[in-house]
Write a protein that binds this ligand. Sequence first.
Ligand code: CAA
Ligand code: NAP
Length: 247
Amino acid sequence: MTQRIAFVTGAMGGLGTAICQAFAKDGHKVVAAYHPQFDNKDEWLKEMEAAGFKDFVCVAGDVADIESCKAMVAEAEAKAGPVDILVNNAGITRDKMFAKMEKDQWDAVISTNLTSLFNVTKQVSAKMAERGFGRIINISSVNGVKGQAGQANYSAAKAGVIGFTKALAQELATKGVTVNAVAPGYVATKMVMAIREDVLKSIVDTIPMKRLAKPEEMGALCSYLASDLAGYMTGATLNINGGLYLQ
Ligand code: CAA
Ligand code: NAP
């Protein structure tokens, strides 16, 4: 397999870690992008080293801030080289029923989960097109596909991710650059563990497989989408949700 440079945002979170590990196992050079305020970077790196992943390059940046993204990607290019694979993975929740949702909760989720795709992708997509190869993978959600009560902000952002994916896929289709979305169901990470226990139990009861997804199951799908052999798949939204929502 050709070694590529893979840039993963939200790299030190649940899905991000699994995606970084999957790419490293594929032989890619991985740039782990993390939030500047994340203070467990050294601990995370130690854990990765203990698990046999010794070569992650780390860069800090706020995906909601375009100037920060410019600097973060420039640093990644200087340390690792031009980005071939981008995973727009960083994201947050600010769940509230719409009647109680405040404007700052709307704005935070839209800027972190949707505007971030503009901020980060803008730094790499034209250069991918010039080089004739690129893989852009955007992490959406089952709740962007089906909608979820208590998540008007999040569902809107994650549905936006799918629209962005479809539009950019068409623009880059002749350039060797594919753009796809992954729409996970409920995955066992800190984001899901923040749901109230009784609410989470009632959600798991509605999943046909009766379990949460494992982060590695998302890593494996990203590994495929990043591969050379996935070159004919673009503009797709890949649902990976234990049967929770079937289109
Ligand atoms: N559909 C319709 N109405 C609902 C509902 C649902 N699914 N769930 C609750 N309601 C109603 C309740 O019946 C209640 O109505 P009344 O006031 O008339 O009694 C009202 O909404 C308030 O419900 P809660 O008591 O649950 O309100 P709360 O303020 O305590 O909690 C909440 C609100 C935080 C949004 C909570 O309901 C919740 O956490 N829901 C789950 C949201 C969810 O799935 N988040 C996913 C997070 S992980 C993630 O996002 C990853 C991913 O991509 C999958
Ligand atoms: P997570 O463990 O909370 O990881 C999210 C990561 O994003 C964290 O490392 C977080 O850093 C980072 N981040 C948040 N805001 C950022 C910002 N402004 N700039 C840079 N980084 C930022 O959650 P996860 O479950 O792995 O979620 C990863 C992605 O998958 C998200 O887009 C999420 O919406 C999506 N998703 C998750 C599930 C699920 O069930 N878990 C399902 C569908 C989709 P800090 O910790 O420092 O804030």
